[in-house]
Design a protein around this ligand. Sequence first.
Ligand SMILES: [Zn+2]
Ligand SMILES: [Zn+2]
Length: 376
Amino acid sequence: MAGFDPYSILGVGRDATPEEIKKAYRNLARKYHPDHNPNDSTAEEKFKDVKKAYDILSEPSKRQQYDNYGFTGDEQPGAGGFGGGNFGFNFEDIFDTMFGDGFGRSGAAQQRSRRGADVSITLSLTFEEAIFGTEKEVAARVLATCEECQGTGAKNGTELSKCSQCNGSGRIQTVQNTILGRIVQPRVCPKCSGAGTVILQPCPNCRGQGRVEATIRKKINIPAGVDNGTRLRVSGAGHAGSNGSPAGDLYIVINVGQHEYFERKGQHIYLTVPIGLAQSAMGVELEVPTLDGSRRLKVPAGTGSGSVFRFHGKGVPNLNRGGRGDQVVTVEIEVPKRLNPEQREALRKYAKASGETVENVDNSLANRLKKVFGRR
Ligand SMILES: [Zn+2]
Ligand SMILES: [Zn+2]
């Protein structure tokens, strides 16, 4: 399951105004409403997603949380945490779904220090670039550590003070009375989000978040042999972690363009070449284009349409094992659609020499079959 991105579901930009969000929601909700799509089961799913997306983006605090904790791309763990019709998460839910087990078990403070989320972008390559590799500069929007406060979120030089609600532990206990008795549950302190400290004067540059949105640019070496959907990971180039924690990773998902003649299937390159009637019967040597310039192909006399030839090692480099696949050349006989008088005469002569009846009724097939099945 891909990450839940409310912006893309509503088809609005990250800087969309509340009015734009509302408008997009109304249009889509009307479009996918189950009452309007009684026979389309996917419409109901879409309707739910649209509603979920609107629930996030229409609520300023939820939208802020989404923006800050960037559930970006397909790397968002626990996307299932958004399930259910009644959407509503709080801070702990986010942390729990994002960081899974191990979080909040230690009881120590500094739980606000978290590894940054991963970011995923798409990179389009030409057919040849994907096969031979290239160097590309990619850009991605990420949350980068705020330089003014070094990610602390506190205004330069100001102190953090101990959180009064959890007394610096980052955790509080909630007590629930149930028919099974009292259940005491440790929870992340809502006031300090588990850090144990609160910022008295927030850094004006990042508004106390410790991170700011920024565009990063990276030169990426694309290895030879990548294909549609190949994911390249750039370690540590995702969202910055909070409070000095490591950054997430940047994933580059490759999208490969088509070629005018060649077709690629995995390691092999496919090409269909047309040959003439006489060439197929008498043989020919062809110059066939390959990824590395043209190459001779000897088509022997008597080659039928659909015959396949292979150029070993002229295909796509193997990303992992080394070596290359093949180029597979399929020969297709082009039967002339129209004959000029000279061609017609030549073919008549050919037919006569080989005893073929042309332009007339041919009984030979029926006669041959009679021999097989007997006269009736
Ligand atoms: Zn700052
Ligand atoms: Zn606290």
